[in-house]
Design a protein around this ligand. Structure first.
Ligand SMILES: [Mn+2]
Length: 481
């Protein structure tokens, strides 16, 4: 079926959700918004927050890593008249409805759900045959709902683009966004808020001296250069690319086309010499620029903006990220910059810790495992697995990383792989779900990126099971049901 046909039903569910929210505000309902702590979740919360703010609604936003029974009980205590879940919680929405049928629920999420729900407004692309891992993210869904509430919210389109990039949905040709995300990009462009162009994809293209941008790039991961400012500086010197002109550092955007071409082919050669053919295609791609944002801020480049939002969520300061999505700059941006620095420091510390001793990253038959235990923050383990998954000796082996959540007696697991592995039949969302359920936990997510929470004592069994399940899928065996 064409996207336009599948999208028709999707947009019908969007308008149902928009109507329910508008109606609740009209009745002066107190609305509680729950969202996930990653960039997509923070962006989705910011978009819904702004839409509610514009309606003069009474609302509160809470960002969380997951929804479970404990959180459902906390919601019950708060006695909201409506709960909106974005980027998480759809399966718990039903439980909430059972326990308190008087509470209205809306769920806006792109994660695979166990069954379609029709007893409350639930917008989920998977129900309509739309791929929630690449065609639209939760901030995109939130955006369409916000736009259906009030056309003015079209100005939030760039935030939805940021969310989609934060969820690594740039899986189309040369790292472009496609599917329904493309409609959002068009909205943002037509409002004069966004430009899209092809360029080298280095992190901090707008904000950082070129050698720092090169060293900060982890997708693609360039061994010997990623994370190594000195070496990255030398690499540029060798190519005769000046890092400074008139005493001023140059950013990637200051390079001439010829210099960019020289840099690009040198990087490609370098990656190939390291056996990383796979990564070369990630060097050049579409760059999304929020043209109304000030130059030299991390909000100009949508991918950098996403990292900033993610940092606020992971470092327990999601309110700062949400405020920025809702339009705050000034002090909020200053604080966000500090959070971003701290986040980078933390991640580098973790990566160093993992590489320090061989036993911390182990290669099994079908997967890699990072034993984060009580050393890695469970909120940051996902970022660590994303970064490491692009730099493995064998990138076609999925990676799982885990960290203890001591106070809950759980471990949080994060799993990542590449599209080539998905093409061979491995769906990490499915594998996390099956393995976690067998270990008395919960799991799920997308085919390339998924997660689980399981009781601490079952972690060894869980790892063994995931290793087996991946092997079975690679051998073409069925594993579900
Ligand atoms: Mn998401």
């Amino acid at each position: 079926m064409e996207l336009s046909e599948r999208a028709a039903d999707f947009f019908e569910s969007v308008s149902k959700a928009a109507n329910a929210i508008r109606e609740a505000v009209k009745q002066d309902n107190y609305i509680y918004v729950f969202s996930h702590l990653d960039a997509d979740g923070v962006a989705a919360a910011g978009i819904i927050g702004k839409a509610l703010y514009r309606l003069d609604a009474r609302f509160r936003i809470r960002i969380t890593q997951w929804v479970d029974e404990k959180i459902v009980n906390e919601i019950l205590e708060e006695k909201p008249q409506m709960v909106i879940f974005t980027d998480l919680g759809t399966d718990y929405a039903s439980l909430l409805r059972q326990k308190a049928p008087e509470i209205k629920v809306v769920a806006l999420d792109h994660h695979q759900i166990s069954e379609p729900h029709d007893d409350f407004p639930c917008v989920n692309p998977h129900v309509y045959g739309i791929d929630g891992a690449r065609e639209i993210s939760s901030s995109g869904i939130a955006y369409f709902v916000a736009k259906a509430i009030d056309e003015t919210n079209v100005e939030l389109a760039p935030i939805a683009v940021v969310g989609a990039l934060g969820d690594l949905q740039d899986k189309y040709e040369q790292r472009s966004l496609g599917g329904l995300n493309e409609k959002i990009v068009e909205d943002a462009k037509s409002q004069g808020l966004l430009t899209v162009e092809k360029d080298l994809i280095l992190f901090g293209r707008e904000t950082r001296p070129i050698h720092k941008a090169l060293a900060s790039t982890t997708n693609p991961f360039i061994p010997g250069i990623s994370g190594e400012e000195g070496k990255s500086f030398a690499f540029l010197e060798n190519l005769g690319i000046k890092t400074k002109v008139n005493d001023r550092w140059r950013a990637l955007r200051d390079l001439t086309d010829e210099e960019k071409r020289r840099l690009c082919s040198a990087l490609a050669e370098y990656l190939i010499s390291k056996g990383l053919h796979y990564e070369v295609s990630n060097l050049i791609g579409y760059v999304y620029t929020l043209v109304k944002e000030d130059s030299w801020t991390p909000l100009r480049d949508a991918r950098e903006f996403a990292v900033l939002l993610n940092a606020t969520g992971r470092m327990n300061k999601p309110g700062v990220g949400i405020a920025i999505c809702m339009g705050d700059r000034g002090a909020a941006l200053e604080e966000a910059n500090k959070i971003l620095e701290e986040y980078r420091r933390t991640i580098n510390e973790y990566l160093e810790w993992i590489m320090e001793k061989p036993g911390r990253l182990k290669e099994l038959e079908n997967i890699y495992v990072v034993y984060g235990e009580d050393r890695i923050d469970d909120k940051i383990v996902g970022a660590i697995s994303s970064i490491l998954s692009t730099s493995l000796p064998n990138p076609e082996k999925p990676l799982i990383a885990y960290a203890d959540v001591k106070e809950e007696g759980l471990v949080k697991v994060s799993a990542r792989t590449v599209d080539a592995v998905v093409a061979k039949g491995v769906n990490l969302g499915e594998i996390m779900q099956i393995a976690a359920e067998k270990c008395l936990g919960k799991g799920g997510g997308h085919n390339v990126a998924a997660g689980a929470q399981i009781p601490i004592e079952n972690v060894e069994v869980f790892i063994k099971l995931v290793n087996e399940l991946v092997g079975k899928r690679l051998a073409g065996e069925k594993i579900g049901g």
